[in-house]
Design a protein around this ligand. Structure first.
Ligand code: ASP
Length: 301
């Protein structure tokens, strides 16, 4: 049994184009796994599909930071080998997860950040790309205008002024029971330049082991401070069901921080859970190459 489980983050639209984009990504992952048997390559294929899709806050279409440009975070972790790699706050490159994969496979390092990550990506042949779409630029300009005129800014930290677009993540299980996870994001709208979210924090926003694979989304600072991804891994290792552990993890994150977010998890038996305490959390599940319906658990906090 193989599983690809993909999310488009909390507060993102659940309308058809958003769900279809997630389904396409999960199917891309499955196709790549079938062709190559590589967990890392299959996750890269799934996440690249979403980084290329301007509907999500990852790669092209990422939210802009306070100073009007995009800095992306991306990470990848293999549960079988325990290998993890990430890039943080990287400007001018679209495929954060692919650069993270290169860090994992072609360097002795685990995380590259900022200008160093950008220079590494250029050395490896990644094209320069400001990742800015007209919609996100307008959103940022509107925020600046509102700020200048002294009006209160009402926006989602995850999706900006547009309540549609957000971070992406994928967890997977191959048919030999091995697990892996990957995530990519433009981070939070109007963040300070250099700010790093939970995506590249092992144990915070991502974790994979022989027990489960987890990705988190929402207010990154909250997931870092509560080590939520590792909390889920510990709970499943102790015999918990993914849904029960996912519920506990989101409730605990909320109780400690007052923030909202969501997570995806798959365990080595192929049991999955999507849990959040927000107003929406679009996901797509592909099992053995077929799109399946899945219940998304919304916790009232
Ligand atoms: N967790 C991401 C961050 O804080 C944002 C998100 O998931 O929406 O960078």
């Amino acid at each position: 049994m193989s599983v690809f489980f993909v999310h488009g983050s909390v507060e993102t639209s659940t309308e058809t184009p958003y769900i279809k984009g997630l389904e396409r990504a999960a199917l891309k992952g499955w196709e790549k796994l079938t062709a190559t048997e590589s967990r890392i390559d299959s996750l890269e294929a799934a996440i690249n599909e979403l980084e290329d899709n301007p509907l999500y806050n990852a790669g092209l279409g990422s939210v802009l930071n306070r100073d009007g440009y995009v800095e992306v975070d991306g990470s990848i972790m293999d549960g079988e080998t325990g290998k993890f790699a990430a890039v943080a706050s990287m400007p001018l490159i679209r495929h954060a997860v692919s650069v993270a994969k290169k860090v994992m496979l072609e360097t002795k390092h685990v995380v590259l950040a900022g200008e160093g990550a950008f220079l590494f990506a250029r050395e490896k042949g990644f094209p320069v790309d400001n990742c800015i779409t007209q919609e996100q630029l307008q959103s940022w300009q509107l925020a600046m205008d509102l700020q200048k005129s002294g009006q209160e800014l009402v926006f989602s930290p995850y999706t900006g002024l547009r309540k549609e677009t957000d971070t992406v993540g994928c967890v997977m299980l191959d048919d030999r029971g091995r697990l892996a996870a990957a995530s990519s994001t433009g981070g939070s709208f109007l963040k300070l330049p250099g700010r790093v979210g939970d995506t590249p924090f092992i144990g915070g926003g991502i974790f994979a082991s022989e027990h489960c694979a987890v990705v988190c989304t929402g207010r990154g600072e909250a997931f870092i401070q509560t080590l939520t991804a590792k909390f889920v891994d510990d709970g499943i290792q102790a015999g918990g069901h993914p849904e029960q552990v996912g519920r506990e993890a989101i409730r605990r994150m909320f109780e400690k921080t007052g923030e909202s977010g969501g997570l995806l998890v798959v365990d080595r038996h192929g049991r999955v859970a999507a849990v959040h305490n927000s107003d929406s959390f679009p996901v797509a599940l592909v099992v053995d190459g077929k799109v399946k319906q899945v219940e998304v658990v919304q916790i009232d906090t």
